[in-house]
Design a protein around this ligand. Structure first.
Ligand code: ISL
Ligand code: CA
Length: 557
């Protein structure tokens, strides 16, 4: 297995809108991040993944890019970005930017011209004629958008529909068009030449639309899942190899592909060392455990996470990619609820379970990702009204489900409080002063009122805080090759409370034991811990045969 800096580093994900507002307009910005570099450095992370900061009308918080080579004024300027990059580099931290090239904004010059049929842009997007059904004009296919409704929008000027897998302000780009692909490669070089250290590639496995077959309409849905037409098609690998040859191979960078619906075999292709595609991927199986698959309500009808399945999924990926590819280890991000709320107990054992989960993410193979606020154990938010939410996915689903009478409002809002994306998008909690000192203005989204107790200042002052546990766990991770590169073996696969496994590398062997429950447990009879000594954990507990609520311990042979 080749050693690489991006395998040994720890990534810290920053959602710039919600990190720190330097000019008090209520919106986090690049200068705000610059101010917080000393804090970021103090955590011990090596790489920042920055969510999109490009010029955008913000229909989907920056995932709808209007100009790939400029910065959104709310976030700052190109000079600010260059300064951030320089200062991070001076501090030994690398910067990875988001690359969103499955779609762009409908306000991008390419799309404005495409609508008017102007060459060569006429073919930069996915245009199809409508279907005549019983004399009536219908969308080309019956596919459902990820953000509710159809994936097709009619444009009179062309008498055609364009495809948008996400919102209608996010038209999908046409990867079959070579001139377009070359523009993407050129744009990537622009950022890499500026010194950026790599890209996180948004839904990169959806870029190739292979076919246009209708899907099956299920349950209460009006539209069907069309993903078998456009998810993980073999051609994606060809495009990635081309991108690698034209751009990535010329730089020492890291790339991570967001790949929903990917299998371990596919994952090994995207991230295989001899494949020249990506450094690593993001997989979703463990995230989807909280979704009830009842169409179309999905994530908004949550279900509790089944710990046995979680273990099974994570093990499958540990084993499936060992020596074959590389994964990202994450339990939350800007699209997912807070991990301590989803996988731990954010009421009675918040600190213990946050630390236990950090032990999991920092002892598995794959690069660990910490999402801002995770390191202080930030939790989900529970707003009373739909008016407090900002996420387009939530707002569109509300219109689609609640306003049509298909879901009761309280059922929907309950689902949002558990699985909604805004759970992780409330502002970073810096201290217990007004608005947690995120801004002196009016924040773009309300804060989680628990900032009075959960905040960076408090965590810095408490020796036993979640934050200080992260600092120690990260430093242990970095000097332990068994965690980074070691072979994984799952112990007690059917136990629904205990997640236990070994990690082994070049003669060093560890057992990691995690209690996913609030119960006191005896493990003496279950695990053979002979010859093992405890080296780390979230309790002062000398009894290796006992597990306290949400306890984590790492033992070394
Ligand atoms: O596929 C999904 C559910 O089956 C989604 O979770 C999907 O993977 C996810 O929404 C894609 O996320 C990324 O692209 C979106 C953007 O809204 C997200 O913030 C981004 O992370 C569109 O660009
Ligand atoms: Ca600001």
């Amino acid at each position: 297995m080749n050693k690489k800096w991006w395998k040994e580093g720890i990534v810290y994900q920053i959602y710039p809108r919600s990190y720190f507002d330097s000019n008090n307009d209520g919106i986090g910005d690049i200068r705000g991040i610059i101010e917080k570099i000393p804090y970021i450095k103090s955590i011990g992370v090596d790489i920042i993944w920055l969510n999109p900061v490009y010029d955008s009308p913000n229909d989907d918080n920056g995932y709808d890019i209007r100009d790939y080579k400029n910065i959104l004024t709310e976030f700052g300027s190109l000079e600010d970005l260059q300064e951030l990059l320089n200062k991070l580099h001076e501090n030994g931290i690398r910067l990875v930017m988001d690359l969103v090239v499955n779609h762009c904004s409908d306000e991008h010059e390419w799309f404005v011209k495409s609508k008017q049929n102007i060459e060569p842009y006429n073919d930069y997007f996915i245009w199809e004629k409508g279907k005549k059904v019983d004399g009536e004009m219908k969308e080309p296919t019956n596919w459902a958008s990820f953000f509710s409704g159809s994936t097709w929008e009619y444009v009179e000027e062309r008498d055609e529909y364009y495809l948008h897998l996400f919102s209608k302000k996010q038209p999908d780009l046409n990867w079959k068009n070579e001139a377009f692909r070359l523009e993407v490669y050129e744009m990537m070089k622009y950022w890499l030449d500026m010194g950026v250290d790599g890209f996180r590639m948004d839904v990169i496995n959806l870029i190739h639309k292979e076919s246009f077959e209708d899907g099956i309409i299920e349950g209460y849905s009006k539209y069907a899942d069309g993903s078998s037409n456009y998810m993980n098609k073999p051609k994606v690998h060809e495009y990635l190899q081309e991108m690698n040859k034209e751009v990535l191979s010329k730089y020492d960078v890291m790339t991570v592909g967001e790949t929903p619906g990917v299998t371990a075999e596919d994952g090994a292709k995207y991230s295989g060392e001899d494949r020249n595609e990506l450094s690593m991927i993001f997989t979703f199986e463990h995230m989807d455990l909280a979704n009830n698959n009842e169409a179309p309500f999905g994530k908004f009808l949550p279900k509790p996470v089944d710990v046995v399945k979680l273990k099974e999924i994570l093990s499958k990926w540990q084993i499936g990619l060992h020596g074959k590819g590389w994964n990202s280890i994450y339990m939350n991000n800007h699209d997912q609820p807070r991990m301590v709320s989803r996988f731990g107990d954010d009421k009675n054992y918040r600190k213990q379970s946050a630390k236990m989960l950090a032990t999991l993410t920092h002892t598995l193979s794959g690069t660990p990702y910490i999402y801002q606020g995770e390191e202080i154990g930030m939790t989900n938010v529970n707003f009373d009204s739909i008016d407090d939410y900002r996420d387009i996915e939530i707002i569109n689903a509300y219109k689609d489900f609640v306003e049509t009478g298909r879901l009761r409002e309280d059922t929907f809002l309950h689902g949002v409080s558990i699985n909604g994306r805004d759970n992780s998008r409330t502002p970073m909690q810096w201290d217990n002063k007004e608005n947690a000192s995120f801004t002196k203005g009016t924040p773009w989204i309300k804060l989680n009122p628990n900032y009075v107790d959960i905040n960076v200042e408090e965590a810095n002052n408490d020796e036993n805080s979640v934050l200080n546990y992260y600092r120690k766990m990260i430093s242990l991770r970095k000097k332990t090759n068994a965690f980074i590169y070691g072979k994984f073996e799952l112990l007690l696969p059917d136990n629904k409370d205990i997640f236990a496994y070994t990690k082994e590398f070049e003669g060093e062997k560890y057992i990691v034991v995690l209690n996913f429950s609030k119960n006191d447990l005896e493990i003496g009879g279950l695990l053979d811990l002979d010859g093992y000594t405890k080296v780390f954990g979230n309790y002062d507990n000398d009894d290796n045969g006992k597990l306290l609520p949400y306890e984590s311990k790492i033992l070394k042979l």
